[in-house]
Design a protein around this ligand. Structure first.
Ligand code: GTP
Ligand code: MG
Length: 198
């Protein structure tokens, strides 16, 4: 699938103020700085569409982008940003959790994981919570340009083993690099397949 048109629609903290047209949406979440906004810009081939930054904590709202007039990409704030104040973190976590649990048009959540890291408690707990809440998710291992292919395979194997301690089957897994554009086609084809089944 090719994205012909990607348009910013609205940013907000309240899932009730998100677009009400019922079009399917695909949201991107993960730790702060993992590369959510960069991946969205890669998928849409629009560099400045989602705001990116070298510093964590850049995306602070729920951002809707309308794709080809038919579905949405949603850029979410990162979780686990240690430097944010407790009050700010609590506020973000609350509105993100409300969005994730109450948004009926959310068809898939992409959970982004930095491919260089060992399995992290915060990500495993978050995915377990998604499972408990019945939120359908897939995993994307980002920044693969930063690892050799053998180191990447080793890390992926470790992650899969850890996930299988909690899950009977693994969710769909993707690998990506916003630097080399790797992973773009597979992720877009996956979205296209889901859209065609709706
Ligand atoms: P928050 O909005 O703060 O939660 O961060 P984010 O997850 O949206 O991350 P963002 O896309 O802003 O990227 C964070 C930093 O990582 C930026 O400096 C990006 O250039 C860099 N980055 C993102 N993706 C990749 C990638 O695939 N490879 C490399 N090498 N750097 C990346
Ligand atoms: Mg961001």
């Amino acid at each position: 699938m090719k994205i012909k048109e990607a348009v910013f629609v609205i940013s907000n903290e309240d899932h009730k103020k998100c677009p009400s047209d019922g079009l399917p949406e695909y949201a991107f979440i993960g730790r702060s700085n993992v590369g959510k906004s960069s991946l969205i810009n890669l998928l849409t081939e629009k560099k400045g569409l989602a705001k990116t930054s070298g510093k964590p904590g850049k995306t602070q709202l729920i951002n809707h982008f309308l794709i080809n007039g038919e579905w949405y990409i949603v850029d979410l704030p990162g979780y686990g940003y240690a430097k944010a104040s407790k009050t700010a973190r609590y506020k973000w976590e609350k509105f993100i959790a409300e969005y994730l649990t109450q948004r009926e048009s959310l068809v898939n959540l992409f959970v982004l994981i930095d491919c260089r890291l060992e399995p992290q408690k915060i990500d495993l707990e978050f995915m377990n919570w998604c499972g408990e809440q019945g939120i359908p998710f897939s995993m994307v291992f980002t920044k693969i340009d930063k690892l050799s292919s053998s180191a990447l395979q080793k890390n992926l194997a470790k992650y899969k083993k850890e996930m299988l301690k909690y899950w009977e089957a693994l969710p769909p897994l993707f690998t990506s690099s916003s630097e080399s554009a790797f992973g773009k086609e597979k992720i877009l084809n996956y979205i296209e397949t889901i859209n065609s089944q709706l």
